[in-house]
Design a protein around this ligand. Sequence first.
Ligand code: NAD
Length: 417
Amino acid sequence: MVDPISTPLEDARTRLREATDLLGCDPGMYAILSNASRELTVSIPLRRDDDSIEVLTGYRVQHSVARGPAKGGLRYSPHVNLDEVRALAMWMTWKCALLDVPYGGAKGGVTIDPRQYSQRELERVTRRYTSAIMPIIGPETDIPAPDVGTNEQTMAWMMDTYSMNKGYSIPAIVTGKPISIGGSLGRATSTSEGVVHIALAALRDNGFDPTKCTAAVQGFGKVGRGAAQFAFDAGMKVIAVSDEYGAVFNANGLDIEKLGAHVDSTGKVVGFNGADALDGAALLELDVDLLIPAAIEGVIHEQNAPKVKAKIIVEGANGPTTPAADRILESKGIIVVPDILANAGGVIVSYFEWVQGNQAYWWQESEVESRLEERMLGAWAKVHDFAKERKLSLRGAATVLAVQRVVEAHVIRGLYP
Ligand code: NAD
């Protein structure tokens, strides 16, 4: 799926290089920003349910703490490796800076296929991983959240493990927790809601009437499922949706609620009544107004980019488009709204959750949602206007704005010692 010559870390550094060149930064600043400020690799010995012992590997990477504590998700996937975690941590730095939330960027991961493990095993993995990275995480230092393969339950185990070791409850150690232990109303749907706020703004600002638009969504997890639902609720015709097992297609539009019920009972989108089966890769090449890649990185690459027909791509996933694909899409006039803007809804409401946790004062859902929309649309306007003014792509504009804020923080703080 990924360009053979381009890894997520290389992609992240290419984009950073373009931004620092545009900003006229000196090479020393690029060197600082292209490396993580702290990395921890840990062994996770796991006693499996059959009593055998297996040793897994986990990572926590803090890319930057120049603008505040590090913040970023925890991923459970068999593809997790240190370089991927480094790239994802760097993207978090830019995302937090772009949306002006007072955090640096981090990411964590465990190389594991969670579907092959029981809930009790996953709980043991999570608790051991949390204990192992405890020296570098904390509500004021580094705050994890869910990502691919992890969820609210994972965050509850992390919060409990951290709190048990400290001797009192510390809800602000993670975000994306269940509401019953200090999660925020509106957090579960925040990333996908933000993706659709941005998609609607991008469609309208480019002369499309969203209620007459077609959409395709890759991925039907925490981000993709909500994005498909919000797009459907906004009146768009969602004609195709995929997950790792395949895709489903209906030219008249899928009923996303019914599709969700089908996925809840079977675990996959394929086999949904009222749709035809479609090859997963073909979804990315459908002639739609809006394409939302919301699964994994590197799915739109040099080989398939020439065949992409969508008018607007809104990146729900982190890093779904490689730099080589970006150039091809740009030459075809396809508008790409970058991940660090499009999927920032999650970190915005994570920030709200952290603020609520620190203050032990809970907001109404309507307050969370209106503040989320205000921040997403504000960032959209800023990126959109800056791109026009400087004749940059939306990704170029978003990255330059974000990197500029981080560079400013570095310069004003000075280089220690
Ligand atoms: P998830 O594990 O909940 O869902 C991932 C989905 O992608 C699943 O439906 C899976 O079947 C599907 N998938 C995996 N490989 C695929 C493939 N090759 N083709 C099609 N579908 C495939 O993960 P998530 O939290 O929804 O995250 C998805 C993306 O969004 C990731 O890039 C993640 O980093 C990013 N993201 C997530 C959040 C969040 O709040 N969860 C926030 C910002 C960005």
